[in-house]
Design a protein around this ligand. Structure first.
Ligand code: PBG
Ligand code: ZN
Length: 320
């Protein structure tokens, strides 16, 4: 008989042989910044998550800085949207202004900016459209312009989430040509067309007004294809690759960890957050236990970096 229980007998021994742990520095907190002033607007489908106008950001940024996590992933919510997503690459757009502000006042935080057009287009798709088709090649120059303008504003890492083919290469070339050779790209490489994004689309006002994203995001039935997407992004110049969502895709994360040497990020998305948070608020589950168990699972599967709406709560629990 093997006596596994010998190493489970008390917390000191369990902690001695524990295989996986999470460092606060592994965590990134997503932040929604909206145009206007005096706004702290609760996102109905995401308990305890808000849209902030730039003048209202200090409260959350102070909390982020104090928590000891590494940084933030910024999503801008412009008041003007059009067919060409003009505000996405406007040097004075809300996202660019937010980046400049945070960079000047909170230089110790890593600022990652999501690069995608869906928050900026009137139709809510991630690229330009013609009829009901989402155009791939025509979208690339706009994504590149957006990436350069965010780098100019002070972004530390550029994170394309649009899922157009060839965008990592296009963005890398544009950054290099504009003197941003040293700005890394964290690519949302294996991003699945997922039902888990719906609360985010409330938070970022980015729901497509017709159709869905299945013609550009991945089919969730496909695991091997995810590895081809990741391999291609690495070839195009990605410095960090991502799997998204997290919990229903830990198999993909694990295979990616085994196959590739690059830093690997996972995005624990809005729907995953809201399911846990709302059940916890109802008293149905123990929030700390469940969040810790989930985040450890992501780490155990191979994530180096975890983007999660639980980041602040989790980091603050470590201080208790
Ligand atoms: C933009 C983007 C989305 C998310 C991150 N970047 C939404 C989408 O693709 O529809 C989802 C994040 C989340 O659900 O928390 N393309
Ligand atoms: Zn998008």
């Amino acid at each position: 008989m093997k006596r596994f229980r010998r190493l489970r007998s008390d917390e000191r021994i369990r902690s001695l042989v524990r295989e996986t742990s999470i460092d606060k520095k592994d965590l990134i907190y997503p932040l929604f910044v909206t145009e206007g002033t005096g706004i702290k607007n609760p996102v109905e489908s995401m308990p305890e998550i808000y849209q902030y106008s730039i003048d209202m950001l200090d409260e959350i940024l102070d909390r982020i800085r104090k928590s000891g996590i590494s940084g933030i992933l910024i999503f801008g919510i412009p008041s003007h949207k059009d067919e060409k997503a003009s505000e996405a690459y406007n040097p004075d757009g809300v996202t660019q202004k937010a980046v400049r502000y945070i960079k000047s006042k909170y230089p110790e935080l890593i600022i990652i900016t999501d690069v995608c057009l869906c928050e900026y287009t009137s139709h809510g798709h991630c690229g330009l459209i013609s009829g009901d088709k989402i155009l791939n090649d025509e979208t690339l120059p706009l994504l590149s312009k957006m990436a350069v303008s965010l780098a100019e504003a002070g972004a530390d890492i550029i994170a394309p989430s649009d899922m157009m083919d060839g965008r990592v290469k296009a963005i890398r070339e544009a950054l290099d040509m504009n003197n941003f050779k040293d700005i890394p790209i964290m690519s949302y490489s294996a991003k699945f067309a997922s039902g888990y994004y719906s609360p985010f689309r409330d938070a970022a006002n980015s729901a497509p007004c017709f159709g869905d994203r299945k013609s550009y995001q991945m089919d969730f039935s496909n695991g091997r294809e995810a590895l081809r997407e990741i391999a291609d992004d690495i070839e195009e110049g990605a410095d960090i690759v991502m799997v998204k969502p997290a919990l229903a895709y830990l198999d993909v994360l694990k295979s990616a960890r085994e196959r590739f040497d690059l830093p690997l990020a996972v995005y624990n998305v809005s729907g995953e957050y809201s399911m846990v948070k709302s059940a916890a608020q109802n008293g149905w589950i123990d929030e700390k236990r469940i969040v810790t168990e989930n985040l450890i699972a992501m780490k155990r599967a191979g994530a180096d970096i975890i983007i999660t709406y639980h980041a602040l709560d989790f980091a603050e629990w470590q201080e208790e």
